[in-house]
Design a protein around this ligand. Structure first.
Ligand SMILES: [Zn+2]
Length: 355
């Protein structure tokens, strides 16, 4: 588990669950930390990677502390925000990804018109709406230069229901610039946070406005959190969703609906969402030929690429190339692209896989 193995041939993968703010190059953090005169915990890219990155499982507070190290270097800086989006596409091109949906909280990268202002920043002039416009520019330029198809998902944060209505409004405002869906991220163990009126209203508005929906649920939270995501937030996909398996009736119901599970193998190991002495949920999903994708989640923190996750499944859980092809086809089918573009993506995959 310790080594990041890059040898599995990259090829035509679809990734649906990756956080932009968890997929930044250490060099870029270093550059903006220096340029903006902000303190960083190391003064080389390698040193930073070692402090921000994880090799062994950590508790949730330990994991969240990682963001405190580097988010101040990026948040509130127009140039940095656009650049991380652009470099993200470059990173995915190198991994062999053909289509990716990348997510982030616009509020957590802003320093104006956001309460509270995150990461201890001074008030500036970058609003959540500016953040989305800048990310869109970076992603679009990346798409053009690296030939990867990219769409984005805007995240609500569980502990910040007051931000959620603005998140759905931003999804609507930027729907023509590549924003395809809304997400709910953050600490799902906050009791009944799926039912906070801010989140519920935002998701209702998303349904009404044709904005797609995913929710982080059942990663560490109980099947009840999954149930709320499905019933109250009308989610179309589940971020992680592993703990659904503890409620057989719920799992059967979701399987019957062909619910999509966004599985993040290495992430689940390093966050402790999966205990290695138990069977990983993805093994059950494979056995049941369920609808799921394989994703990196936060590759900066997990010191990984998408191939690390594929390798983990291949080496530790005996996944085959045929299953990889099958799950990528289901991932494309469960993407938030409009039907005509989904068909194009499926054609591309069928061709690449010789199907
Ligand atoms: Zn996530």
């Amino acid at each position: 588990m310790r080594e990041v193995d890059q040898t599995l041939d990259a090829g035509e993968q679809v990734e649906l669950h990756v956080h932009l703010d968890g997929a930044i190059k250490p060099e870029t953090i270093l550059y903006y930390g220096r340029k903006r005169g902000l303190p960083l915990p190391a003064d080389t890219a390698e040193g930073l990677q070692n402090i921000i990155g994880m090799d062994m499982p950590l508790s949730l507070p330990g994991f969240l502390a990682k963001f405190d190290y580097y988010m101040p270097a990026i948040a509130g800086c127009r140039e940095a925000i656009k650049r991380i989006a652009y470099e993200f596409v470059e990173m995915k091109a190198k991994e062999g990804v053909v289509y990716v949906e990348v997510r982030y909280s616009p509020h957590l990268l802003a320093n104006s018109k956001v309460t509270p202002i995150p990461w201890g920043q001074k008030e500036g002039d970058v609003t959540p709406s500016d953040v989305v416009a800048l990310v869109n520019q970076g992603l679009q330029e990346g798409e053009r230069d690296f030939r990867v198809k990219v769409r984005s998902i805007l995240c609500c944060m569980r502990h910040m229901p007051d931000w959620s209505l603005e998140v759905v409004e931003l999804c609507k405002k930027y729907q023509q610039q590549g924003v395809v869906a809304i997400d709910l991220a953050g600490d799902e163990t906050i009791p009944d946070s799926s039912l906070f009126p801010g989140h519920v209203q935002a998701y209702e508005e998303a349904v009404k406005s044709g904005i797609h929906r995913t929710v982080h649920a059942g990663e560490v939270g109980s099947p009840e959190v999954v149930k709320q995501a499905v019933e109250n937030l009308k989610t179309e996909r589940l971020g992680h969703g592993y703990h659904t398996l503890e409620d057989q009736a719920l799992y059967d119901e979701l399987r019957a609906k062909n619910m999509h599970f966004e599985v993040c193998p290495r992430s689940s190991y390093l966050t402790g969402a999966w205990k290695p002495e138990t069977e990983h949920a993805v093994v059950r999903f494979r056995r049941d030929q369920a609808n799921y994708s394989i994703n990196t989640d936060d590759p900066l923190i997990f010191k990984s690429t998408l191939n690390t996750d594929y390798h983990m499944l291949k080496n530790l859980m005996d996944f085959t190339e045929d299953e990889f092809k099958r799950l990528n086809i289901s991932s494309a089918q469960s993407s938030f692209l409009p039907e005509n573009e989904k068909k194009e993506l499926l054609d591309l995959l069928h061709k690449a896989y010789g199907m």
